[in-house]
Design a protein around this ligand. Structure first.
Ligand SMILES: [Zn+2]
Length: 549
């Protein structure tokens, strides 16, 4: 049978992983993959897209968002009044109807990611107990390949293994957890701190070196042990860290200590913006950004990567496994919140938030996020995220791109913030403007590399044929909001602003080679401590999943 090619002809290609920076090239696609141009001079593509004058990038990769699972459902409930805002998706031949608001439903999430040229997204915080629920909703999210990270930083079995000083058992458990939840990576959220809060600690401050009651291990020991275990297991993505003291004034020192304790190991610090504040005491001149010192550390330590968690000025919903933060935000807003105790594994806090450019704290958060993008020298170490929907919707990515590519737009936005931010932020003096190549790194090539996704984020032969084609223009926001063509797995799904089809994506999960001798002890643990049986907990195979080792 003759191969059936799709050819994208004459576009200006940005493929950073393969060293292609704005060169005019043809891209050939066959069987859902990028292929080398055929050697047969008579080979004719079944279809050719004329891309002369257009910009070609790999499909976008969102490495940290919240799109499935019980916390997202709770977020939809809490923001029910928003569901008819922001142009709900109408039902059509190729689309189901769907609600919008800060927390769109599963179908709309898939359509809207694809509509921006994003073809892969990872939910960052699923307790293993809710893996089944998350997998079902991932199956219901069209157009994108997807997966999730599973939570381990406050898991009682793991904390007991660390308490008994049995690192090999802790490592085997994490491997078992990946396998059982069919997860892609291990995430820690306020390690030890959520457990302390569940035991009754007040507030959301955690001392990195204070042992957690009943377990006798400190957050520092938990992070170090998990980072080491994840490296030893050889998982594709390093430990994904939501550090202690999120949002707390002066938390930048905790963040720096967390980076330091990773020395010799890999580690990804997520929504780093929320962890980069000064202002613990009077001498620190109040709440403000302390990004500079942290970015200096990242610039000299290649074992660390970060995503930003950019805050935008909008109404949104905060959802986090960090229950203490959920409670803190609800106290600030005076609005109802939902707290969910995920048994022996995690916590969860969901609350409605509104970020305003007139608020000193919100404006500092916004500025700190942009400082992170502009102060990390190597774009391969910093990924774009809004921690959707926490800092803002993923739909705001084009807005962030505009702020990074256009200094004037940034300065105009800065001018509307309170004087302390306007005059105190480094943004005033940062002239850096991102190039299209750098945007291609922080939105696709970089996150794919951080995740260890060999077949994503690039356009070399063998990559998944996920491609976004944009019409270049001086208004970068418009350019990235409305891709001309989006291709997923070789299928054209968006063309000239219209949906052509909504293919099912695949769920990506990792596999781990762990010591199976641990299993009887896990079986006993479930009999003694869990409300569900092990049989109803472990996933055998999620539907349509692709294993990655
Ligand atoms: Zn998050």
């Amino acid at each position: 049978m003759k191969p059936e090619y799709l050819k994208i002809a004459g576009g200006t290609v940005h493929d950073p992983r393969n060293g292609v920076d704005g060169e005019v090239r043809d891209i050939w696609i066959e069987g859902g993959k990028i292929v080398s141009p055929p050697l047969d001079p008579d080979a004719r593509p079944a279809r050719t897209i004329d891309a002369r004058g257009l910009v070609i990038m790999p499909g976008g990769v969102d490495m940290h968002c919240h799109i499935v699972g019980p916390k997202v459902d709770a977020g939809r409930l809490l923001s029910i009044e928003q569901t008819r805002t922001g142009s709900p998706t109408p039902r059509s031949a190729s689309q189901r109807g769907g609600q919008m608001g800060a927390v769109p439903n599963t179908f709309t999430t898939g359509y809207r990611y694809a509509g921006l040229g994003y073809t892969t997204a990872f939910d960052a915080a699923i307790p293993p107990l809710f893996a089944r629920h998350a997998h079902l909703e991932l199956e219901d999210t069209p157009c994108i390949d997807r997966g999730f990270f599973t939570l381990a930083g406050n898991n009682h079995y793991l904390l007991n293994a660390l308490k008994a000083n049995e690192p090999a058992r802790a490592r085997a458990f994490l491997g078992w957890l990946i396998d059982s939840a069919k997860a892609y990576a291990i995430k820690v959220v306020n390690p030890g701190g959520v457990e302390a809060w569940k035991q009754g600690a007040q507030g959301n401050e955690t001392d990195l070196d204070r042992p957690i009651d009943h377990f006798g291990v400190s957050p520092r020991q938990i992070v170090a042990a998990i980072a080491q275990a994840v490296d030893d297991l050889g998982l594709p993505h390093p430990v994904h860290i939501h550090a202690n003291n999120l949002g707390v004034p002066g938390n930048w020192t905790t963040t720096l200590e967390t980076m330091r304790l990773l020395e010799g190991r890999r580690g990804h610090l997520t929504h780093i913006q929320f962890h980069s504040y000064g202002g613990k005491d009077e001498t620190d001149r109040g709440f403000r950004s302390r990004v500079e010192g942290l970015a200096d550390y990242v610039n000299t330590h290649k074992n660390i990567t970060v995503d930003v968690g950019q805050v935008l000025f909008d109404r949104t919903v905060s959802m986090t496994a960090d229950s203490a933060v959920g409670q803190y935000l609800a106290r600030l807003s005076g609005k109802p919140w939902i707290s969910h105790d995920a048994e022996l594994e995690s916590g969860c806090g969901v609350s409605v938030v509104e970020c305003r450019n007139t608020s000193l704290v919100n404006a500092w958060q916004w500025a700190a996020g942009l400082e992170w993008y502009l102060l990390v020298n190597d774009p391969w170490q910093v990924a774009m995220s809004t921690d959707h929907p926490n800092g803002g919707s993923f739909l705001a990515y084009p807005q962030v791109i505009e702020l990074l590519m256009d200094r004037d737009a940034r300065i105009r936005a800065l001018a509307a913030t309170p004087a302390a931010v306007r005059e105190g932020s480094l943004l005033r003096d940062l002239d850096r403007e991102y190039t299209l190549q750098e945007i291609a790194i922080i939105t696709r090539a970089g996150p794919a590399r951080m995740l260890g996704l060999e077949h994503k984020g690039h356009l070399g032969a063998g990559a998944d044929a996920d491609v976004a084609i944009y019409t270049p223009g001086p208004d970068r926001r418009v350019m990235f909001e409305l891709p001309r063509v989006v291709i997923k797995g070789g299928q054209i799904i968006v063309e000239n602003g219209e949906f052509r089809g909504a293919p099912d994506g695949e769920t990506l999960h990792a596999t781990a080679d762990y010591d199976h001798a641990i299993e009887p002890s896990i079986e006993r643990w479930f009999r003694d401590a869990y409300s569900v049986s092990l049989r109803n907990y472990a996933m055998r195979t999620p539907v349509a999943a692709r294993r990655l080792s």
